[in-house]
Ligand binder design. Structure first.
Ligand code: NAD
Ligand code: HSE
Ligand code: NA
Length: 435
């Protein structure tokens, strides 16, 4: 199994779809260079796909439909690009328990079973690498796990789903419809096999769980992440944002929150936000991703690049493959799971956020004061108000200061029940502005 005897590093590839096919292409085209960087030839020993007969373009002698048998065969590294939980979880546990290193892009699996997979890797002295699982081609997990291991990270915030960013960018710039843009994202290979994982925020929530776990040295799973997708973002929301010089983005936000008594917790959430157009994340279009990291000593860092698609994702997979192959050749190991801080997860209702609320209200004296009173009753402080008069109604835009999310939510519910409020046109959280 080890390559200290000078033989090649044998690789099993599970899955050869959008990402896997690009991994095969790059592995084939760059075989010599990859071998030189790894310190031994990197040899593709087998490719498991669901239907081998559908892949005339692949080397037929390498193809199999039996992924479990390929994992058990004489390979050193398993590269998993199938996706989903089972049977992938079982295959990867088998591989790790047998001391084979694993490279995967499977954020759905990692955000639920990282602890189990990491423990199996540790027990057998194998590597578990997953740079492609978050923000595609962008080197982000290695900087968090290694480059920033000596710093104290306080916040990780960014656009981590290419499909929803592609859709929101199109809605904002061309007014394109939701369904047609989603079809285009699927055709381009950005969307998950089930695109509801993208539009309902599950994919971004999985990535937020992985980011929060690494950034805060804790175990955060997808179930811990507050999740809202973009299916509820309306043309009214986009228009309300535009009218204020803002744009709508789906963000993953992971924060270290310190309570008054000094107790620390982690807040991890995915939801649409309004951002000022001057904010660096506002200009991130198409399937691109961008992530801000704030750390005590480093200050603010920004990572930007292609977050989805076959070739960009394959770049991250191959980087991991060279790293695990190098570890095999030289006899070392990559970073292990670091969960020593063990911080609890703060419920969304207690997380401080800011709201933007657009209302159509009756245009008569005293209405603004009545609405403002409801905010005050809930302990929510208003940062800015804008009013525009219509014929019989006025449009009122209110942006709050930071308040517990539950208090803001209750305020909006109470306002929606007021007689003077004709319509709650848009409610959205605001990020990236001074409180
Ligand atoms: N497409 C992207 O932009 C992207 C980016 C980052 C991460 N990922 C992740 O990479 C993984 C693969 O994504 P994809 O877009 O390439 O998916 P895909 O649907 O294009 O490919 C999946 C592959 O798995 C194979 N497969 C399915 N069931 C199998 C089984 N039981 N046995 C053997 N093979 C089986 C299929 O034949 C296919 O080749 C997923 O975890 C996904 O979340 C994708
Ligand atoms: N479906 C994902 C792929 C990259 O993880 C996206 O759209 O970002
Ligand atoms: Na990445």
């Amino acid at each position: 199994m080890s390559t200290s005897d000078g033989r090649s590093v044998r690789v099993a590839l599970l899955g050869c779809g959008t990402v896997g096919s690009e991994v095969v292409r790059l592995l084939t085209e760059q075989a010599d260079e990859l071998g030189a960087r790894a310190g031994a030839p990197v040899e593709l020993a087998g490719i498991a796909v669901r239907r081998p007969d559908k892949h005339p373009e692949l080397p037929q002698d390498l193809l199999t439909a039996d992924a479990a048998a390929l994992v058990e065969s004489d390979v050193d590294v398993v590269v998993e690009l199938v996706g989903g939980i089972e049977p992938v979880r079982s295959w990867l546990l088998t591989a790790l328990r047998k001391g084979k290193s694993v490279v995967t892009a499977n954020k759905a699996l990692l955000s639920e079973y990282s602890a189990e997979l990491s423990e199996a890797a540790d027990a057998a002295g194998a590597d578990l690498y997953f740079e492609a699982a978050v923000a595609g081609a962008i080197p982000l997990l290695r900087p968090l796990r290694e480059s920033l291991a000596g710093d104290r990270i306080t916040k990780v915030m960014g656009i981590v789903n290419g499909t929803t960013n592609f859709i929101l960018s199109a809605m904002d710039s061309t007014g394109a419809g939701y369904a047609e843009t989603l079809d285009e994202a699927s055709r381009l290979g950005y969307a998950e096999a089930d695109p509801t994982a993208d539009v309902d925020g599950y994919d971004a929530a999985s990535k937020a769980a992985i980011l929060a776990s690494l950034a805060f040295h804790s175990r955060v799973t997808a179930a811990d992440v507050h999740r809202e997708g973009i299916s509820s973002v309306t043309a009214s929301d986009i228009a309300a944002a535009k009218a204020l010089g803002r744009t709508v983005k789906l963000l993953a936000i992971c924060e270290r929150v310190t309570a008054d008594d000094g107790a620390e917790s982690v807040s991890a959430r995915v939801h649409p936000v309004m951002l000022e157009r001057s904010h660096p994340l506002a200009g991130v279009g198409g399937a691109f991703n961008a992530v801000f990291v704030e750390a005590d000593a480093a200050g603010e860092l920004m990572f930007y690049g292609q977050g989805a698609g076959g070739a960009p994702t394959a770049s991250a997979v191959l980087g991991d493959l060279v790293a695990v192959a190098r570890n095999r050749v030289l006899g070392g190991r990559g970073p292990r799971e670091s969960a020593h801080a063990n911080l609890p997860v703060r419920p969304m209702g207690q997380t401080p956020t800011r709201y933007h609320v657009s209302l159509d209200v009756a245009d008569r004296p005293g209405v603004l004061a009545q609405v403002a009173q409801v905010f005050a009753d809930h302990g929510v402080s208003i940062a800015a108000v804008r009013q525009r008069d219509g014929l019989s109604t006025a449009s009122l835009v209110i942006v709050t200061h930071l308040a517990p999310d539950a208090a803001l939510d209750a305020t909006v519910e109470a306002i929606g029940k007021m007689d003077v409020v004709r319509e709650v046109v848009s409610v959205m959280r605001v990020e990236g502005e001074d409180t």
